[in-house]
Design a protein around this ligand. Structure first.
Ligand code: GMT
Length: 375
């Protein structure tokens, strides 16, 4: 099958899921054509079945806002024809679903080509950005005009029905993980570079946006530090980083907190962690928490969005109300109570991640494509 994938190229969760899915589909023998404004960050793998088509936006003095959606629409129309795409799969509704629907209509009306469009909803495209009244009508229309819509959790599916006027079924296909790549890789030299003997390591990875509530990570860590010798490793970068650095300085814990910035070898870094903290305000699935669990790291998170569908309270970690840093501190300390407790939570976290292995999830997308492709 010839599959087109439209996604954001950055380190954000939707781009990661789209790129990893495309790589797996290429391994399965499909030809996969990525359409984006930059090479997807995780497209680090060479295959004769993988192609990348860059969207370039021309500028003009009149354009205070260069029309990316139009350039994307034009590129989709071109790639569908040239690469003879059978199906177009767009990740993150805004603006990808609207551009895909416009391209679908152009191809139908001008070129006599029928291209099925699948829109996968990832999270903030619904819970934050999408429900902005300026976008709500366009998002509802684009989802209703898509041939199929998927959401990464039941919670996100329900939110979509709540905030938009949707007249079709939304299938839940959760995030997935390569359990061979993401597994605990013990590397003492690496661990010792960050923590001395007996020191524990707490970790958080994200794109440092407000919705991640990284200040809660800092307060939880600061409270744990009162009773346990530990370090905090923060992986990723984004708009909140500076204020978090300032908060660490104010609390006088700068020496105990490591800001690693954006990193590729996430599985190696996660492997040295003892507890992963995800105190998000909203989180449709929590791919970063799944990556941690697969590497045998228990997760303390909030009860928002799809997180309760991923993390099992008292088994793979713990769940608390958004903003309840006291409860989350208590849960971190419970996990770290003894070596036996930590070992048990580690094993449970890995066991829980097995439900989301690629071999279980990727065929669900393939069946969806097969059901829509016109023979
Ligand atoms: O918040 C991010 O990290 C980026 C964002 C995105 O859409 O790029 O991630 C969302 O999609 C991920 C993949 O499906 C989910 O695992 C994340 O939970 C979701 N983020 C939020 O809902 C805040």
């Amino acid at each position: 099958m010839n599959i087109g994938i439209v996604c954001y190229p950055t380190f954000g969760g939707s781009g990661v899921v789209a790129t990893e899915l495309g790589k797996l589909l290429a391994i399965a023998g499909h030809s996969v054509h990525f359409i984006s404004y930059d090479q997807p960050a995780r497209l680090d793998y060479f295959s004769q079945n993988l192609f990348y088509h860059e969207v370039t936006v021309s500028t003009y003095p009149l354009f205070q806002y260069p029309p990316y959606e139009l350039a994307l629409t034009g590129k989709i129309v071109e790639v569908v024809q040239n690469a003879k795409l059978d199906v177009l799969h767009v990740h993150y509704a805004i603006p990808h679903a609207a551009a895909a629907i416009m391209a679908k209509n152009i191809l139908r009306d001008i070129n006599g080509i029928a291209i099925p469009v699948i829109t996968t909803l990832h999270g903030t495209d619904i819970t934050l950005v999408g429900k902005d009244p300026n976008y709500e009508g366009v998002v509802s229309y684009s989802l209703n005009q898509s041939n199929a819509v998927t959401a990464v959790s039941a919670s996100l599916r329900d939110d979509t029905y709540k905030y938009f006027k949707i007249n079709k079924a939304i299938e839940v296909i959760p995030n997935f993980i390569d359990l061979d790549k993401y597994s605990r890789q013990t590397n003492l030299t690496y661990r010792n570079a960050f923590a001395s003997d007996g020191e524990l390591i707490l970790m958080h990875t994200s794109n440092f946006r407000k919705v991640k509530r990284i200040e809660d990570v800092i307060h939880i860590f600061n409270a744990v530090l009162q009773t346990k010798a530990c370090k905090l490793i923060l992986v990723g970068d984004g708009p909140e980083r500076r204020s978090i650095e300032l908060l660490c300085a104010k609390l006088n814990i700068t020496k105990q907190v490591v800001f690693m910035g954006k990193q590729d070898a996430i599985e190696k870094i996660l492997s040295i962690a003892d507890v992963f903290i995800m105190p998000s305000e909203t989180e449709s699935f929590g791919l970063a928490a799944l990556e941690a669990m697969a590497c045998g790291v228990p997760v303390v998170c909030t009860n928002t969005g799809g997180l309760p569908e991923l993390n099992i309270h008292g088994y793979s970690g713990f769940i608390a109300n958004v903003g309840d840093t006291d409860a989350m501190t208590g849960y971190v300390l419970t996990i770290l109570e003894s070596d036996a407790s930590l070992d048990q939570f580690r094993a449970n976290a890995r066991q829980n991640s097995l439900k989301f292995g690629i071999e279980k999830i990727v065929p669900q997308y393939e069946s969806l494509y097969n059901a829509l492709v016109i023979p």
